[in-house]
Design a protein around this ligand. Structure first.
Ligand SMILES: Cc1ncc(C[n+]2csc(CCOP(=O)(O)OP(=O)(O)O)c2C)c(N)n1
Ligand SMILES: [Mg+2]
Length: 464
C-alpha cells in the first residue's frame, strides 16, 4: 500500500515559509572546517537520490504545499547561551520540565491546541493515519499468530504507533533508518511487503536471513532500513557512524537512529551521543520512552528528570515530544532532519509514550506493574486521538474507516497466506553465507547436527 504511493515520491521538500525553526548552536571551528570539507556537491546529491529506491516518504505529498503555516515554532530546544542560563539559575532553581516542555499539537481528545495548525496537506495526514491503522492491525494479527504457535516470538508496539510512524514519515527515501525493536513498521513504510515481513517472522526459506535471526529483526536494504540487533543500543553508534560516513562521501543523507528508554543506559548510547555531537553527525537520535525496559520502569533506569536532557549534556539540541501525538512527532522529527541535512548537526528527541502490552510475547507485565497504569494510557490512544482530529476536520468518517479496515485486513490475510505457503529453509543454509564457500569444517559440523537424535525438540521455544 505504502510503496505504491512512494513510487511517486522523491526529491527534497522545499523550505516552507514559517516551518519549524531549528537554530543551530554556533559551530566549533574544527567542525566548521570539517563540514565545509565534506559538503555534498550537487552531483553527489543527484547520485545519492538516483541510487535510492523511491519509498514511502511524505515528501512528495508535502512538496505540493508551497505555503504551510507555522507549527510548533519552538519545537527544538536549544541550550541557552551560558551567561543567560546562569542568570536564570540564580533567579530560580532550574526546572527541567519547564526547560523542555512537552511538544504537542493535539490534546488528549484530538483537539488542535491553540496556535498549533499542523500546516500539513490532508493527503499527508491521511497517509499518517492509514499507516498507524495498518501497523496496529499487523501487530494484533502477529501476536495472535504467536499465540497460536504459528510464529515463535513477537514484540508488539500497541500504543506506540504514532512515535514509529510519525518519525519514519519525516525521512526522505534516500535517508536511512536504524531501528530498535518497536520500529518494524518503518521497514513496511519504506516498502517492505507485508508478506516479506511475515517470512521473517516465520523464518521460512524466503526470509532474507533464512530463519537465523529472531522474529521482528527485519532487514530491508532496498528501503535503507538497517537490520535490527537484539543487543540493546548498538544501533545508536552505528547510526551516528553511518551518518558521518555519508557526509564524508558527499551523500546528502540523514540517518534516523531509534532506541528505547532502556538503551540510554547502554554504553553505545553514550559514545554514540558524544560522537554525534562532537562531529556534528547528520543524524536524528530518537528515543521512544515507553516507560519500561522489560520490567524496569524509567524511574529505575535513570535519575534524570527527563531523557531529553541527556542530549543537552552532550551538547546537542534536544526536544521532548508527546509520542502519542503523530502530528507533533512528525513535526519535530522533520525539523530535526532538516537541521541535520543543512549541516547543523544532530538532534536528540525523546518521545514520551507507553508500552501497553508486554515487552514481548514471552513477557507477562501483570507480574510487575499495575493494570490501572495501562488504563490511563489507553485513554491517550494515538490512533483514536488522531482519528477524532481527522473527523473534526471533515477528512474522515465511519464509511472510510470501514473501507480502510477491510482493505488492511485483506492485505494482512493475503500476506499471512502467502508466507505460510513457503517452506522451511533447507538444512544446509545453517552453514551458508559464512564464507564465500562452505569450508570442510562447517560441512562436517552440519553433518554432525543433522545426525543428532531428538533434532527439533526445542523448535519454537524462545527463552527471551
Ligand atoms: C546489551 C543488552 N542488555 C540487555 C539486553 C536484554 N534486553 C532485551 S530488551 C531489553 C529492554 C529494552 O528496553 P528499551 O530500550 O526501553 O526498549 P523497549 O523494549 O521498551 O522498546 C533488555 C534489557 C539486551 N538485549 N542487550
Ligand atoms: Mg522502553
Amino acid at each position: 500500500m505504502a510503496s505504491k504511493k512512494a513510487a511517486k515520491t522523491s526529491g527534497k521538500t522545499p523550505a516552507r515559509k514559517g516551518a519549524v525553526a531549528v537554530k543551530a548552536a554556533p559551530k566549533p571551528a574544527r567542525a566548521q572546517k570539517a563540514s565545509a570539507r565534506v559538503k555534498p556537491t550537487a552531483k553527489a546529491r543527484a547520485k545519492a537520490s538516483a541510487a535510492s529506491p523511491a519509498k514511502a516518504t511524505v515528501a512528495s505529498i508535502q512538496k505540493k504545499a508551497t505555503q504551510g503555516k507555522a507549527i510548533a515554532k519552538k519545537a527544538i530546544a536549544k541550550p541557552a547561551p551560558e551567561a543567560k542560563q546562569q542568570a536564570k539559575q540564580k533567579a530560580q532553581p532550574l526546572s527541567l520540565d519547564a526547560a523542555l516542555p512537552l511538544v504537542r499539537v493535539l490534546d488528549d481528545d484530538g483537539k488542535l491546541l491553540a496556535g498549533k495548525d499542523p500546516g500539513l496537506l490532508p493527503a499527508t495526514m491521511l497517509f499518517l493515519y492509514e499507516q498507524m491503522v495498518q501497523v496496529r492491525e499487523f501487530d494484533r494479527r502477529m501476536l495472535m499468530l504467536q499465540r497460536q504457535g504459528r510464529i515463535g516470538f513477537y514484540g508488539p508496539i500497541l500504543g506506540q504507533e504514532a512515535a514509529t510512524v510519525g518519525s519514519t514519515a519525516a525521512m526522505e527515501a534516500r535517508d536511512w533508518v536504524f531501528p530498535a525493536l518497536r520500529e518494524g513498521a518503518a521497514a513496511m513504510m519504506r516498502g517492505l511487503p507485508l508478506a516479506e515481513a511475515i517470512n521473517q517472522l516465520i523464518g521460512n526459506q524466503n526470509d532474507r536471513c533464512k530463519g537465523r535471526q529472531m522474529p521482528c529483526h527485519y532487514t530491508y536494504k532496498e528501503g535503507n532500513y538497517y537490520g535490527m540487533s537484539s543487543v540493546i543500543g548498538t544501533q545508536i553508534s552505528h547510526a551516528v557512524g553511518a551518518a558521518m560516513a555519508a557526509r564524508l562521501r558527499g551523500d546528502d543523507v540523514v540517518v534516523l537512529g531509534h532506541m528505547g528508554d532502556g538503551a540510554t543506559s547502554a554504553n553505545d548510547f553514550h559514545c554514540g551521543m558524544n560522537f554525534a555531537a562532537v562531529y556534528r553527525s547528520p543524524c536524528v537520535l530518537f528515543c521512544q520512552n515507553n516507560q519500561w525496559a522489560i520490567s524496569v520502569p524509567t524511574s529505575k533506569q535513570s535519575a534524570s528528570a527527563t531523557i531529553a536532557e541527556k542530549g543537552i549534556a552532550y551538547g546537542m539540541p534536544s526536544v521532548r515530544v508527546d509520542g502519542n501525538d503523530v502530528l507533533a512527532v512528525y513535526q519535530v522529527t522533520k525539523a530535526a532532519v532538516e537541521r541535520a541535512r543543512r549541516g547543523d548537526g544532530p538532534t536528540f528527541i525523546e518521545a514520551v509514550t507507553y508500552r501497553r502490552l508486554g515487552h514481548s510475547s514471552s513477557d507477562d507485565p501483570s507480574k510487575y506493574r499495575d493494570e490501572s497504569e495501562v488504563k490511563v494510557w489507553e485513554r491517550k490512544d494515538p490512533v483514536d486521538r488522531f482519528r477524532k482530529f481527522l473527523q473534526a476536520r471533515g477528512l474522515w468518517d465511519e464509511a472510510k474507516e470501514t473501507a480502510l479496515k477491510e482493505r488492511i485486513a485483506k492485505a494482512v490475510n493475503d500476506a499471512i497466506a502467502a508466507a505460510e505457503g513457503v517452506g522451511a529453509p533447507a538444512d544446509e543454509t545453517l552453514v551458508t553465507d559464512v564464507y564465500a564457500q562452505v569450508t570442510p569444517q562447517l560441512k562436517a559440523q552440519l553433518a554432525e547436527v543433522l545426525a543428532l537424535d531428538g533434532r527439533g525438540v526445542n523448535e519454537g521455544a524462545f527463552p527471551l
